[in-house]
Design a protein around this ligand. Structure first.
Ligand SMILES: *Cc1c(COP(=O)(O)O)cnc(C)c1O
Length: 465
């Protein structure tokens, strides 16, 4: 077999990819007509594909490349670690310096008493750990029946059986017998789509109070925890009304349940603070971390436990672990990523400079005829597309039809922006400069104009009745 390299013609790479590689969240047969885009290299916020196109990556890969592409420091520490100790496990009372150093650094950065980390290879594994941690916690305290975890519809917590069950994606639950038992879902705080005639303030309160209702119905004695992303990411960058989180916090404090903040996207600067919990002012008992922890340069995640949780769960043998928990190469890469985020002041830059700059331009997109709502927190933003702003109407076409048209125009304009249903979303690398933000916004306007024309041509500018 000939070597497969960047120099192979794109069509040949695409044919091999299609023959042998099954992609996540894709329909395999869909690639036949048009092959997958082949990404060959990247620098800063820019991707290069096999045709030599320069593409602005406004999704930071999958929400993860917080420090941008091409930081050789991470490659250097990885190579050094691979030569010195490429692998050792952290089972059976064994440890190594990279895991010790990363755990200590995370304890320093994380808020409050979140001082202990259980490592995983990503967010899904970490959320599976969380299911076991909260149930084990209550069991050790003599309350084994306290095991239901309340989550939210349209939440994303990962794709393993446990984490996808925590998640509220109906399309995922429909395949493979999910959710697993003892997971309960309440409504999400998506005012644009679900707020009806309520004000955002009242709707935020109402959705928070669904938690209190659920606790009452299920019985406080049976509920272990509530899990939520501070700001829902994959569900469409749903920034909740300001009234939502203070009310959730009140409810969690009033009832004896644990709060898990899934910080996989919000953590490590995305919302302009180190953690989304700080942006929304909550004190979680457990935080899920992954993605931006290593800026995606290595697969690593974890569960950060407060002293309250760690001190209880630590009193019994925890029959749980992953071969790659605390992997030394992933750990040194994460540590180097955290050093760069901290020493280069990247989180402060998002909060004080580039974040506010992007926010003003992003919110001005509501001047576009297709954009009903423009939401943003730090470096994660969304646009609700609508055929009729005043009534906040959805399109008559199947949800996602219009978003897909929009996304294709973005791709054609060398801009990676995703759609979730008919919402368009961005989550660029945190290091994006003001000039690059200008380019991003120009391409969004152009893509929206073209989308508007396409919708008119295809007779899709119709509101659902
Ligand atoms: C991506 C994501 C996960 C899952 O992480 P993986 O590393 O893909 O397993 C969990 N929670 C949230 C909020 C995510 O965005």
């Amino acid at each position: 077999m000939t070597a497969i390299t960047n120099h192979m013609p794109t069509a040949e790479l695409q044919a091999l990819d299609h023959a042998h590689h099954m992609h996540p969240f894709s329909m395999q047969s869909g690639f036949e007509k048009k092959g997958a885009r082949v990404i060959t290299r990247a620098q800063g916020v820019w991707l290069t594909d096999s045709e030599g196109e320069q593409i602005l990556d406004a999704m930071a890969g999958l929400w993860c490349v917080n420090i941008g592409y091409g930081r050789n420091e991470l490659a250097d520490v990885a190579a050094r670690q691979m030569r010195e100790l490429p692998y050792y496990n952290t089972f059976f009372q064994t440890t190594h310096v990279p895991a010790i150093a990363l755990a200590s650094k995370l304890a320093e950065l994380a808020p409050d008493t979140l001082n202990t980390v259980f490592f995983a290879s990503g967010g899904s594994e970490a959320n599976d750990t969380n299911i076991r941690v909260v149930r084990q916690y209550w069991s050790i305290l003599g309350k084994p029946e306290k095991k239901i975890i309340i989550s939210r519809k349209n939440a994303y917590h990962g794709s393993s059986m446990g984490s996808a069950s925590l998640g509220g994606m109906a399309g995922m639950h429909a395949q493979g017998g999910m959710p697993i038992p003892d997971i309960h879902h309440i409504g999400q705080p998506n005012w644009w789509a679900e707020g009806g005639n309520m004000s955002p303030h009242d709707f935020g309160l109402a959705r928070a109070r669904e938690l209190e209702t659920a606790i009452a119905e299920l019985g406080e004695a049976n509920v272990a925890a509530f899990i939520a992303e501070p700001i829902q990411g994959a569900g469409g960058v749903i920034v909740p009304p300001d009234s939502y989180w203070p009310e959730v916090k009140r409810i969690c404090d009033a009832h004896d349940i644990l709060l898990i903040a899934d910080e996989v996207i919000c953590g490590f600067g995305r919302t302009g603070n180190w953690f989304g919990s700080q942006t929304i002012d909550i004190q979680p008992d457990i935080m899920t971390i992954a993605k931006g922890l290593s800026s995606g340069y290595q697969p690593i995640g974890g569960s950060m436990l407060s002293d309250k949780i760690a001190s209880v769960v630590g009193t019994d043998e925890f029959n749980h672990g992953y071969t790659y928990s605390g992997h030394p190469v992933a750990s040194v890469v994460a540590l180097e990523n955290l050093r760069i985020l901290e020493e280069e002041g990247i989180v402060d830059q998002v909060r004080d400079q580039t974040g506010p700059y992007l926010k003003s331009k992003w919110e001005a997109l509501t001047d576009h005829p297709l954009v009903g709502e423009a939401k943003i927190s730090g470096m994660m933003g969304s646009l609700a597309l609508t055929p009729h702003k005043e009534s906040r109407a959805a399109f008559a076409s199947d949800p996602g039809t219009v978003g897909f048209v929009g996304r294709n125009h973005c791709f054609a304009n060398n801009l990676i922006m995703r759609h979730v249903g008919d919402r368009m979303i961005i989550s660029p690398p945190l290091v994006i400069s003001k000039e690059e933000i200008d380019t991003l916004i120009e391409r969004v306007w152009k893509s929206l104009d073209q989308t508007h024309e396409s919708l008119k041509d295809q007779g899709l500018m119709k509101a659902a009745s």
